[in-house]
Write a protein that binds this ligand. Structure first.
Ligand SMILES: [Zn+2]
Ligand SMILES: [Zn+2]
Length: 343
């Protein structure tokens, strides 16, 4: 069996892997589809991601596959089951784990970040991390469970109320899942702001009432035209990862509104806050980190077909072309790029 190892310094190498037999509580997964995440792009460039990386390691934390073999004590899955993997493993002992805030676990580690993950033909994972999937949705959709789980956590923090006007800034895979989740939460109108026309089109297909182009003139005016109200949106969800987008989100927020800064910014990125606006408009600004206890919700949404990811998966690459896949993920041409480890 082969794995495409990250060696650090933008280097990858396909090497032979030796996973052995599953331990008592372990599951051997034949990896079928593995998404390239913004975190992988950060790691590739040597930036700090959501966790520390010590090469050589097989990255890939958004993936699906088929159970190949299970340990003697495994009861929740059987060989042949289609599964997705929740990559984040919490210690269960630290103050955050014991306080309902496991995402801040002091000993958090992640499959595909700190231990070998999805960019390989097989992976060995604890039973606690695998979730059974509906085989009918396809391995590409199953591999979207992890990023969707992060979005589910974020949408909970966004405070969307039934009937709200929501504006999503940034129409990558995350933004386009946020559009759908905002609608499922009962938003009356959802508008996407995104410069790439193809992504705007996808948003409209997914139910956005309008898709506006931030390069085509004043955003506030475009938003007002799309929504019929001049004061902005009740909830802004920023999914770009650039300071300018965060600023746009704050500027477009209506009085009493909420801004969710969802994307992963560069460490050290800063934004001058318009303090008077925060005061006068009673703005609530929040962040969102990973997917504590939201993986099952994402699995349920995907298994039931309530979230469409088919329109988001634009490119696939074979195992050996991981670097090409990462480059394609960085391009505006793509939405979600996945590696197919068996090809
Ligand atoms: Zn990710
Ligand atoms: Zn912990």
């Amino acid at each position: 069996m082969k794995g495409n190892y990250f060696l650090g310094d933008k280097r990858f190498e396909v090497r032979e892997m030796h996973l052995g037999e599953p331990g008592e509580h372990e599951v051997l997964v034949r990896n079928m589809a593995a998404g390239i995440c913004g975190t992988d792009v950060h790691i590739y460039h040597g930036h700090k991601g959501s966790a520390e990386v010590t090469p050589p390691v097989v990255l890939g934390h958004e993936y699906s596959g088929v159970v190949e073999q299970v340990g003697s004590a495994v009861t929740s899955v059987r060989p042949g089951d289609c599964v997705t993997v929740d990559p984040n493993i919490y210690c269960g002992r630290c103050r955050y784990c014991r306080n309902g805030q496991k995402q801040f676990c002091e000993h958090l580690f992640a499959i595909g970040v700190n231990r070998d993950g999805g960019f390989a033909e097989y992976s060995m994972v604890p039973e606690s991390q695998v979730f059974r999937m509906n085989p009918e949705i396809g391995f590409g959709a199953m591999a979207m469970a992890e990023p969707l789980a992060c979005c589910v956590h974020g949408i909970g923090l966004s405070g969307i109320r039934t009937g709200d006007t929501v504006c999503v800034v940034g129409g990558g895979a995350i933004g386009l899942m946020m559009v759908q989740l905002a609608l499922l939460r009962g938003a009356a109108q959802v508008v996407l702001s995104e410069p790439v026309a193809a992504r705007r089109e996808v948003a409209l297909k997914l139910g956005a009432c309008a898709a506006i182009d931030p390069t085509a003139g004043a955003l506030k005016g475009q938003l007002a035209e799309a929504t019929g109200r001049a004061d902005g949106a009740d909830v802004l969800i920023e999914c770009v990862g650039r300071t300018a987008a965060a600023r746009q989100a704050i500027d477009l927020c209506a009085p009493g509104g909420r801004v969710l800064l969802f994307s992963v910014p560069e460490p050290g990125a800063e934004l001058a806050l318009p303090l008077f606006d925060v005061y006068k408009k009673e703005l609530t600004i929040s962040g969102s980190f990973i997917n504590p206890d939201s993986h099952l919700q994402a699995v349920n949404l995907l298994n039931s077909g309530r979230i469409n990811t088919d329109l988001l998966i634009t490119h696939t690459f074979p195992l050996a072309q991981l670097e090409d896949a990462i480059r394609m993920q960085m391009s505006a041409e793509s939405i979600k790029v996945q590696l197919l480890p068996q090809t």
